[in-house]
Design a protein around this ligand. Structure first.
Ligand SMILES: O=C(O)CCC(=O)C(=O)O
Length: 286
């Protein structure tokens, strides 16, 4: 049975994103939420503790969490149990029309309610592309986010300009030559916050301008980023770096990382299933 229905495909074509419900079991979500709090060494019942760190920035990698809620955890078993969950792989296989995929070694998100009395924790949200949209054509690619808890429109979760992948080519002709290829001018574009339920896996077309929002609720937003893309025929050095990242419990190069190096010092490498080993690249799909 396919994961994506005919209606899902129509929705995908129209909006450039699709939601797979109950992508992983509740126990995986519970484990992942526990892991985020444990990793951050925060008592989730203590609302003041949600703000215990100074958020890190590009210039100052002082903590394991950014103002946008990016949590610098990459290799925990709970992350891998979601990456290697068969329904998650099936959803991406259907989108790509190819089951031979590699999974991203991406992080988690905990975005607490914005606090006006704490300017560093009053993130208004952002909209961007993770790809350089000045390259023509922009090759097909997708990104994904797993909702770890029910998330309202007000809760600082995923937001995007639905359908932007359809109008991008026309829109770009109306933009100045020196436009920022990673950040659109939002004039005339409508940003929509996408509420979701715990267990929803939202997959989006990488041409959708996207980001996360201003958390105006009284609850933190909790999520895990997962995407997949076709495995290269010969993974070469990229494969070696991925395997090293898993074994060493560290992020890949160019990711901000955790100044405490907590995963490296507190965890063993995650146990991988047969599927997980292929999704990492330690075993070949062929
Ligand atoms: O937090 C989100 O849902 C969006 C994250 C994002 O902008 C990204 O992964 O590039």
């Amino acid at each position: 049975m396919p994961v994506l229905s005919k209606e899902d495909w129509v929705f995908w074509e129209e909006n450039g994103y699709v939601v797979v419900e109950e992508a992983v079991p509740q126990e995986n979500l519970d484990a992942m939420v526990d892991v985020i709090w444990d990793f951050l060494e925060i008592d989730r019942e203590d609302r003041e503790a949600w703000y215990k760190y100074k958020p890190y920035s590009r210039e100052d990698k002082c903590s394991p969490i950014s103002a946008a809620g990016m949590v610098e955890i990459y290799q925990h078993q709970a992350l891998w149990d979601n990456r290697q969950y068969p329904k998650v792989h099936q959803a991406f296989s259907e989108i790509w029309g190819n089951e031979k995929l590699w999974v991203s070694l991406d992080r988690a998100n905990m975005k607490p309610p914005a606090r006006e009395d704490k300017p560093e924790w009053c993130n208004e949200g952002m909209i961007h592309w993770d790809t350089d949209t000045s390259q023509q054509p922009v090759s097909f690619g997708v990104q994904g986010v797993l909702y770890l808890a029910d998330t309202s429109e007000q809760q600082g979760g995923f937001q995007c300009v639905p359908g932007f992948q359809r109008i991008f080519d026309e829109w770009v002709k109306t933009q100045p030559e020196d436009r920022n290829p990673q950040r659109p001018d939002l004039e005339g574009l409508e940003v929509k916050s996408i509420a979701g339920k715990a267990g929803d896996l939202l997959i989006w077309h990488r041409l959708l301008a996207h980001g996360n929002g201003h958390n105006r609720s009284d609850q933190p937003r909790l999520a895990q980023y997962i995407t997949m893309s076709p495995a290269p025929e010969d993974g070469g050095e990229a494969r070696d770096r991925r395997v090293e990242s898993w074994q060493e419990r560290r992020p890949q190069a160019n990711w901000p990382g955790d100044p405490r190096d907590r995963e490296h010092t507190h965890q063993q490498p995650a146990e991988l299933t047969e599927l997980g080993r292929k999704l990492l690249g330690v075993d070949s799909w062929n």
